[in-house]
Design a protein around this ligand. Structure first.
Ligand code: F6R
Length: 356
């Protein structure tokens, strides 16, 4: 049951220190990763991620990490994959799906297998269709998720893709997605405690109240922060039914800025990739009257410039986005709650989408 929580979604958000600990349990060593369920990736030339919705946002995160390790990698929306890049027998296709039953993702996997790719499923459900169809499976181990909106499964997918990214980097290029593996592993071990810090300091309720009734809600970020911006917006529209969009920070001035008014708060995600540029982009929106909410560590230059601040603990840049996303989960939840929405079962949506 929901225990003392009003909704499964809130319970699942608060379960993340535990679910993330489960994701990494037994899979990290002193300064390395142990994923014995997966064969070596030696010989892989490129990686294609296929996924939908929130899992697609985790896939964007994963592809970006692999790029940082010098590996050619791209994330595709599974429903658009039929006409996407060519596949060779040295292509690794990674299907990311919480449920393991999403028809679009299974369709993409089928194409990948027909064209001879090696396939890995990243899923939360042991024995799901995706894990039966793919060559190998990496379980994210987030535990069952009841709320239709994916929360803890996204966080665990991101953590699992960090582990996978480490292994693929080691095997394919010999490079890692992080500048300093020691710092990365320290941050990975502190992840449960850092998420708890975000949850304990929940200030999102007050912000949700302040911006209730706005015309639209925008989310911006770059690099890994871009995946968080689009995920923040998807969660927001899904459970609040309000208009929300996520943009690459640098794209704001190429069109979306025309939508910005004092009635459109902008949540700017700072994860350590060209933050100075994102701050400039956020200020462009602020000049047009939009309130800026900086999702950033204490002491970050964005904090003083912004109208409001959602803090994240200091951590490795690879994991800052995961913590920022927890703040955005709370903003969505509290806004939807103030609006009296059907949070665990949003209108028109289903937990598992088994049609194409
Ligand atoms: C959003 C959400 C959906 C799913 C998408 C893919 O909160 O839950 O966008 O992420 O339908 O589902 P899975 O991961 O089961 O393939």
């Amino acid at each position: 049951g929901k225990g003392s929580y009003d909704h499964y979604m809130l319970k699942e958000i608060h379960n993340q220190p535990t679910s993330l600990a489960n994701t990494v349990e037994g899979r990290i060593e002193d300064d390395g990763v142990s994923l014995t369920e997966l064969d070596t990736f030696d010989g892989v030339t490129d990686v294609q991620f296929v996924a939908c919705g929130t899992s697609y946002h985790a896939a964007l995160y994963g592809a970006r990490l692999l790029n940082a390790a010098g590996v050619r990698a791209r994330a595709f929306r599974a429903s658009e994959y039929g006409t996407a890049d060519p596949i060779t027998d040295e292509t690794l296709v990674v299907a990311v799906t919480q449920s393991g039953e999403t028809a679009d993702t299974l369709g993409a996997l089928e194409r990948a297998e027909a064209e001879g790719a090696r396939t890995v499923a990243v899923t939360n459900v042991q024995g799901s269709t995706v894990s039966r169809e793919a060559d190998e499976t990496l379980l994210v181990r987030a535990g069952p998720e009841i709320g239709v909106a994916a929360t803890k499964t996204f966080s665990s997918q991101v953590a699992a893709l960090c582990l996978l990214g480490h292994r693929i980097g080691e095997d394919v290029t010999g490079d890692l997605p992080w500048d300093d593996p020691t710092t990365f592993f320290e941050s990975l071990r502190s992840l449960p405690e850092n998420v708890r810090e975000v949850l304990d300091g929940d200030r999102a309720h007050e912000l949700a109240d302040r911006y209730l009734g706005s015309e639209a809600f925008f989310f911006i970020g770059r690099g890994l922060g871009y995946s968080v911006a689009v995920e923040g917006a998807l969660k927001f529209k899904e459970i609040t039914y309000e208009h929300a969009e996520g943009f690459a920070s640098g794209e704001l001035k190429h069109g979306p800025l025309a939508l910005v008014t004092p009635q459109t708060p902008v949540f700017a995600v700072f994860t350590g990739t060209d933050d100075q540029k994102t701050l400039t982009n956020a200020k462009e929106a602020q000049t047009r009257g939009a309130p800026i909410v900086a999702v950033a560590p204490e002491g970050h230059p964005a904090v003083d410039a912004a109208d409001a601040h959602l803090p994240i603990p200091d951590t490795d840049p690879a994991l800052a986005g995961l913590l920022a996303n927890v703040q955005l989960q709370l903003v969505s939840y509290h806004t939807a709650n103030l609006l009296g929405r059907s949070i665990d079962k949003p209108r028109n949506l289903a937990k598992s989408v088994t049609v194409e």
